[in-house]
Design a binder for this molecule. Structure first.
Ligand code: F6P
Length: 349
């Protein structure tokens, strides 16, 4: 049953930024203010803002014009209150000091994992899923993913013409730490020859064999799409180890720099590298992501007023639903093997 009491609601965005975050913030504030008469406070830079009590004004006026803008007006960080001495206690004290009736946390598995723990400690929290990697369980898709896939596909389209002009192999590295969703979608949409994902270690010699076979059939250019988290099967190729962030994730990027020279050495095909990096996360969200972000935002403020704390809004079978936060952070959602094998094997290249 909907509670129409006016509330004081805090909001933050955590983890890597993502096109569509501003759409969520705007929708929460618009429905909150206009329909429920809520007041909002924005916490700066993810959980760090809650720990340090750094806030910003958040109202309909402040949200004007932000729907098509990438990034997040609240700022973000990968700060983990549970990895900072007294961090969680300071965050709880901030919630009490502001007299918050609810906190809307917009983030991926790390941010929502913290939300779950703070929820257990008494914070009335509602989660909104966010990740361009699309690796969050319990929701079919997150905003930002569609934008990233479009950016990667546009890049692959461009790489095709230069690769064909020079008879080259081009290794295009995309984001995707634990899951190869961007690589798979952009690889299929862009007609890549190969898609390498973190879920399935690749054998460098098998990749080279397929490229040789392809070029023997008269093709002289190939695009290899590799997710940044893809790994060679053990003992087949030496790659660098990476430093860890506060959630224990390696800072990735650069597998293509190992892959490309090895492909060139083994096949003799001239090979180049393009690492798309943060270009995939920047800039304006697609229309699809703006709509999804807006639907999530409206659903999140409804969840707040229904007292549905400890839940996350999610997309399932086209509908916005509520799922327990615990379900969302339980397991990363890995690439659909049917898509990768049954669809891609006939359509790549
Ligand atoms: O948010 C997910 C992600 O985009 C990953 O794909 C990537 O590995 C990581 O963030 C990069 O993080 P940062 O911007 O902190 O280097």
């Amino acid at each position: 049953m909907e509670m129409t009491t006016t509330m004081h609601v805090g909001m933050l965005t955590g983890g890597g930024d993502c096109p569509g975050l501003n759409g969520v913030i705007r929708a929460v504030v618009r429905k909150g203010e206009a329909h429920f008469g809520d007041r909002f406070v924005g916490f700066r830079d993810g959980w760090r803002g809650l720990i340090e009590d750094r806030t910003m004004v958040l109202d309909v006026e402040r949200c004007r014009g932000i729907l098509p803008r990438g990034g997040t007006i609240l700022g973000t960080s990968r700060t983990n209150p549970y990895r900072i001495d007294g961090g969680a206690e300071q965050a709880l004290a901030t919630v009490r000091r502001h007299g918050l009736d609810a906190l809307v946390a917009i983030g991926g598995d790390d941010t929502l994992g913290v939300a779950l723990r703070l929820g257990a400690a008494g914070v009335p929290v509602v989660g909104v899923p966010k990740t361009i990697d699309n690796d969050l369980s319990a929701t079919e898709v997150t905003f930002g993913f569609h934008t990233a896939v479009q950016i990667a596909t546009d890049a692959i389209d461009r790489l095709h013409t230069t690769a064909e002009s020079h008879n080259r192999v081009i290794v295009c590295e995309v984001m995707g730490r634990h899951a190869g969703w961007i690589a798979t979608y952009a690889g299929i949409a862009g007609g890549a020859a190969e898609v390498l994902v973190p879920e399935e270690p690749f054998d460098i010699e098998a990749v080279c064999d397929r490229l040789r076979a392809r070029h023997a059939k008269g093709r002289f250019a190939s695009i290899v799409v590799v997710a940044e988290g893809a790994m060679p099967s053990s003992g087949t190729l030496q790659v660098a180890s990476a430093e860890l962030d506060q959630f224990g994730h390696p800072r990735l990027g650069g597998i293509a720099n190992f892959l490309a020279p090895e492909i060139e050495r083994r096949t003799g095909f001239e090979t180049r590298v393009t690492i798309l990096g943060h270009v995939q996360r920047g800039g304006t969200p697609t229309a699809f992501d703006r709509v999804l972000a807006t639907r999530f935002g409206v659903a999140a403020i409804d969840a707040v007023h229904d007292g549905a704390f400890g839940t996350m809004v999610a997309l399932q079978a086209g509908d916005i639903v509520r799922v327990p936060l615990a379900d969302a952070v339980a397991e990363p959602k890995t690439v659909d093997r049917g898509l990768l094998h049954e669809v891609a094997q006939w359509c790549l290249g």
